[in-house]
Design a protein around this ligand. Structure first.
Ligand SMILES: NC(=O)c1ccc[n+]([C@@H]2O[C@H](COP(=O)([O-])OP(=O)(O)OC[C@H]3O[C@@H](n4cnc5c(N)ncnc54)[C@H](OP(=O)(O)O)[C@@H]3O)[C@@H](O)[C@H]2O)c1
Length: 260
């Protein structure tokens, strides 16, 4: 059955820019009240002002690269007169560089933000959704989750984790009234994406955040578990899945060497 967004409330992490921002805008256009979070409160306030005429918007500042920040966010949401029907895990970082070049601090922040934070938020909000028999979870993964990514090894691993978690979870919660989808964009024009990566790809493979957001919400509404926005990206992911793993990682390694 298609999920009806209107009159529901979504918690969107990473809403201050890029895909998370576009998801918040697209959710508001579908009549969804919002709790938006990120570190840059000025951006969140501007978003709340922009969308405030359409829906109710609450902006909560949180640093989700540490456990305390996640706990504080959960406590702040609990204090609101709102019920989270849709959880959107979008906050994420994608540091470049070989495994040993990345500092311990950056690696810990990456794993916390891309892995531990969505896991903790799902563990908190999923049982509440299940008790009401109603809810949706959208995890922003990446095409990088389908294969190894030399040069961004840990990033690829975090996205593989989130993709695998979403797929397994979607089976475990089947029939509970709650469903989970993995949104797996390819290169998308946002602040964090490296310009060289955009220029190296055919124009048709580079996505706009708005198109990615709407593809993700359509998938969520239809109960599609894995969504790869854009026909070329879909074709590339499908073709890659038929190649031997050694070939995919060797090509990735070569591209990483050429790019460094
Ligand atoms: N752009 C792409 O090509 C692409 C492709 C595939 C997947 N993705 C995924 O899409 C998601 C969004 O990325 P984007 O490209 O839209 O990048 P972006 O514009 O840089 O957005 C990242 C978001 O995460 C938030 N964030 C970063 N560190 C945070 C922290 N410590 N605590 C709380 N929030 C934090 C940022 O907010 P603050 O800085 O205000 O905290 C921002 O709202 C990520 O999960 C990324 O892996 C992106």
């Amino acid at each position: 059955m298609t999920f009806t967004f209107s009159q529901t409330t979504a918690l969107v992490t990473g809403a201050s820019s890029g895909i998370g921002n576009a998801l918040a805008v697209a959710l508001a256009a579908r009549g969804v009240n919002l709790i938006v979070t990120a570190r840059r409160k000025d951006r969140l306030d501007a978003l709340a002002e922009r969308l405030g005429a359409q829906v109710n918007v609450v902006a909560l500042e949180a640093d989700l690269s540490c456990q305390d920040g996640v706990d504080d966010l959960i406590a702040a949401v609990q204090g609101l007169p709102m019920t989270v029907d849709v959880l959107v895990n979008c906050a994420g970082i994608a540091p470049h560089g070989s495994f040993l070049q990345t500092s311990d601090v950056d690696q810990q922040a990456l794993v916390q933000l891309n892995v531990m934070t969505p896991t903790r938020l799902i563990r908190h909000f999923l049982p509440l959704m299940q008790s009401r028999g109603f809810g949706r979870i959208l995890n922003v993964c990446s095409v990088a989750g389908f294969h190894a990514v030399p040069g961004m090894a840990q990033y690829g691993a975090t996205k593989a984790y989130l993709l695998s978690l979403t797929e397994a979870l979607s089976e475990e919660i089947k029939g509970s009234g709650v469903a989970a989808s993995a949104l797996c964009p390819g290169v998308t024009r946002t602040e964090s994406v490296i310009q060289a990566a955009v220029e190296a790809l055919p124009e048709a493979m580079v996505l706009d955040p708005e198109a990615v957001a709407n593809a993700g919400l359509d998938a969520l509404a239809k109960g599609e578990v894995v969504c790869v926005p854009g026909r070329l990206n879909q074709a590339a992911v499908t073709a890659a899945q038929f190649q031997p793993r050694w070939l995919m990682r060797s090509v990735g390694g070569l591209l990483a060497k050429l790019g460094s």
